[in-house]
Design a protein around this ligand. Structure first.
Ligand code: FAD
Length: 467
């Protein structure tokens, strides 16, 4: 990347402003602006590995403290598991797309940069599993039944997550609870077969595999953070797109952002940390913040090696193995239909989005391992299980589980991980610190809010280390 692609801070701020006003990224060329060709060995106070929301938060915070910071990002874009793109002529979110009124870190940042949210499209029809397949249900009645089931599912969570932002506050009550998977808890409820499909299908979707993979304490904590209204966790969308906030944060930061730089090795020696990227280029600083998905830690050679909790978290994984998000341009049956599948459905959830000028509608589907998203006919057949008249005009899918720089989709802890790995994975490893939505205390795993929370903690740790 040559100097002509660089932008100074003023033009970055201007670009972020344009993004906030809804200008497409391509038009303002913001991503290419983050390439950097300064000499690798120029002195820096801190290196941040990863330019997602956690890394972006650290970069801004350390810059604000006057620290000279470099961000090394593996991809050719910022954002990580947040990726604002286009499909069917519309701006769409290829990764995370929703926010909620209880996402206080995100909403505070939105206020800071003048960004706004809009309500997500409200579903007017609902299709749910029944005894033999799927059936249309009355949304109000089904919503009431789901709420009643959730009350049973999460009974006791007010006590064991008395302070949901501090999940270990009642550690004494968690010893038995944290061993449980969602499957264990659902099985203990004595549900009828249809109720079982409703809860198990939803748990399997979040767990990115069977519901036995996801910890009860992961979903129960989200439910408590949402004040008992899980439907609110994803009720909002950012009016300017999910990446706009990160662009604004990085624009405010004075950090140098170096794209196309996958980190392979991090070595600590004599009060210095050396970071090596593919191709052998090295960067050195007194402190490094690793802000990459937990599932990726195991791909970096750390010397000295990582502590046991970090090693176990990365080996076991927090990012769920299956989480494919599919944007579908649908005609034929274009009502705002919400549909939920079962644990073994090809499509596990369908969420209605906006109508299109051609009379069609955008819909989002989530699939696990059973759907070959490269095969349009298979995607249409899966959709028709809920919407028999639907015609799939086109689709765009992203399988996050096989993404080389995520190696998992959103995060959800597995049984036992809360007590075994938190707060150990948030602790510094000498001069190497860790940040990421996967290891947040509050909105962990599946939420940008947690990535920002975690980035704020890591930047306080870095500032303390640097005195
Ligand atoms: C399909 C999907 C749907 C989601 N839905 C929502 C939602 O609706 N709402 C919500 O709030 N959240 C949602 N999430 C979760 C949200 O995207 C994440 O919690 C958040 O983006 C995590 O931010 P992060 O900075 O911790 O990690 P990432 O966003 O993963 O950022 C880490 C960065 O590190 C880089 N990296 C990885 N390895 C290396 C390396 N070796 N060297 C250098 N760089 C490296 C990556 O390329 C990436 O840019 C969703 C996620 C997915 C996948």
């Amino acid at each position: 990347m040559t100097n002509k692609h660089r932008m100074n801070r003023r033009s970055l701020l201007k670009a972020a402003g344009a993004a906030a006003l809804g200008a497409p990224l391509a038009a303002i060329g913001l991503n290419s602006a983050f390439a950097e060709d300064s000499p690798a060995d120029s002195p820096v106070d801190a290196i941040v590995v990863g330019a997602g929301y956690a890394g972006g938060t650290v970069a801004r915070e350390l810059s604000a403290r006057g620290m000279n910071t470099v961000v090394l990002e593996a991809r050719d874009r910022i954002g990580g598991r947040i990726w604002t793109g286009t499909f069917a002529g519309e701006r769409v979110e290829i990764g995370g797309g929703w926010l909620g009124p209880e996402h206080h870190h995100v909403l505070t940042e939105f206020k800071r940069y003048g960004l706004t949210t809009v309500n997500d499209v409200a579903a007017t029809r609902m299709v749910m599993p029944n005894a033999s397949g799927f059936a249309e249900v009355d949304p109000a009645a089904a919503g009431a039944e789901l709420s009643a089931l959730n009350v049973r599912l999460y009974a006791g969570s007010e006590e064991y997550f008395e302070r949901p932002k501090e999940p270990l506050y009642r550690r004494d009550l968690l010893e038995e609870i944290d061993k449980l998977s969602m499957a264990d808890r659902i099985a203990a409820l004595g549900l009828d077969p249809v109720q079982f499909k409703w809860l198990d299908g939803s748990a399997a979707l979040y767990a990115g595999g069977p519901s036995s993979r996801g910890a009860l304490t992961s979903m129960a904590q989200w439910e408590r953070l949402a004040a008992g209204k899980p439907e609110l966790t994803t009720s909002l969308k950012p009016a300017q797109g999910m990446t706009a906030l990160l662009e604004a944060m990085l624009a405010e930061s004075r950090a140098r952002i170096v794209l196309n730089s996958p980190v392979t090795k991090i070595t600590q020696q004599s009060g210095k940390v050396t970071v090596e990227v593919v191709g052998g280029r090295q960067y050195t600083a007194p402190v490094v913040v690793v802000a990459i998905p937990t599932n990726m830690w195991k791909t970096i050679l750390f010397a000295p090696g990582l502590p046991p909790a970090h090693t176990a978290a990365s080996r076991e994984g927090i990012g769920v193995p299956h989480g494919t998000k599919i944007w579908m341009h649908v005609r034929g049956e274009t009502d705002a239909v919400y549909a939920q599948g079962t644990a073994d459905s090809e499509l596990m959830q369908v969420v209605p989005q906006q109508e299109l000028p051609d009379g069609g509608r955008l819909m989002i589907g989530f699939s696990g391992p059973r759907l070959n998203v490269a095969d349009k006919a298979q995607v249409q057949a899966a959709l028709r299980k809920f919407l028999p008249q639907a015609q799939l005009v086109a689709h765009r899918a992203k399988a996050w589980g096989s993404d080389p720089y995520a190696r998992g989709a959103w995060g959800m802890r597995q049984p036992g991980q809360l007590l075994r790995q938190l707060p150990a994975v948030q602790q510094p490893h000498h001069r190497v610190l860790f940040a990421g939505g996967d290891i947040a205390s509050g909105w962990h795993g599946a939420f940008v809010d947690g990535a920002i929370e975690s980035g704020l903690l890591a930047s306080r740790q870095a500032a303390a280390l640097l005195g």
